[in-house]
Design a protein around this ligand. Sequence first.
Ligand SMILES: C[S@@+](CC[C@H](N)C(=O)[O-])C[C@H]1O[C@@H](n2cnc3c(N)ncnc32)[C@H](O)[C@@H]1O
Length: 359
Amino acid sequence: MSSTSKKYTVLDLFCGCGGLSKGYEMAGYNILLGVDFNKPALETYQKNHKGSKALYADLSDDNAFSEIDDAINGQKIDVIIGGPPCQGFSLTGRRQFDDSRNKLYLAMIEAVRRYKPKAFMIENVPGMAALYNGEVKDEIMKRFTDMGYTMNNKIVCAADYGVPQIRKRLVFIGIKDGAEKYEFPEPYLKPEEYVTCEQAIGDLPSLEKTLGNDISEYEQAPLTEYQKLMRGDCNVLYNHKAIDHKQFVKDTIAQVPDGGNWKDLPKGVGESRNFHMAWTRYCSTKPSRTIDTGHRNNFHYKYNRCPTVRESARLQSFPDDFVFLGNKGQQDKQVGNAVPCLLGKAIALQLLKYLNDGE
Ligand SMILES: C[S@@+](CC[C@H](N)C(=O)[O-])C[C@H]1O[C@@H](n2cnc3c(N)ncnc32)[C@H](O)[C@@H]1O
């Protein structure tokens, strides 16, 4: 952000642990408030976003906005960001977008109507674009256009912006008052330049010397630019604790090569899990596949175990000083649900051009 520009204020709805907020913060924005109804995720949010408030509220409840009003306390909101879950999304009858099952999307619309930000961003799974033959996407574009926002949307890939992960997301951006349409940032990297799994996590210890409280030690210096970037000034290793798998799991995964899966196993081995994602090892020379919320089907490219929370966080471009709270399952969920910080940062940096122009 240039010295002449101000810090734009942000409201993050469905904030989770705050991957998207972190990306906006890295781009120089001032995150005022994150809202969610998952307690462990909010605790993580509060710990890692020191200047922001974390509000527990159910956004499907009409009263949520009076709580948000109280928390904001009259401050101007420049940008609203959020990723409402679209499970159960429904268009019934003649384009019944106002169906109560769509309440979480309607909360996003209500927030924009209420706070009239200069811009907003909505993030969702790419499948949303094709839902009801594209009618849902078209309706979202129309609703916000009717509210005076110039809209654009695109399916973006996190790996294009330096995230060591093939993760695609549908992103909508609206800019207020007939301003020009937001153009998504050009990819920073070509596919052959993508950050690989090994470049992302190859410096992290295989077996952890746990000192308690999820804190352990780095055992070597960072080996790549990405590892240096993620470590920053951090000199202790948080959330890097391995799962103690059953012996049959260790023995089975030991037979899968780097980048392989259940199809590489000898006949009769590991057959209880033979769906297409089972027994998959990350490939050391490629970005990871999309990080999930801890289903235990993905394994380290070299070690005979699932990735630790820290390894998954690295693959989501969370800096190492971002600490996850809650139990292991809750931490995996927070990491897997997040917008990769560097993807959020790239979109947010590009957005500054439009906000600055609008001053
Ligand atoms: C995809 S995650 C958001 C991830 C977040 N943007 C990030 O980058 O870390 C969706 C979040 O919506 C929250 N959520 C779902 N239904 C909600 C509701 N009715 N009220 C508030 N939050 C809700 C979930 O708890 C979850 O944290």
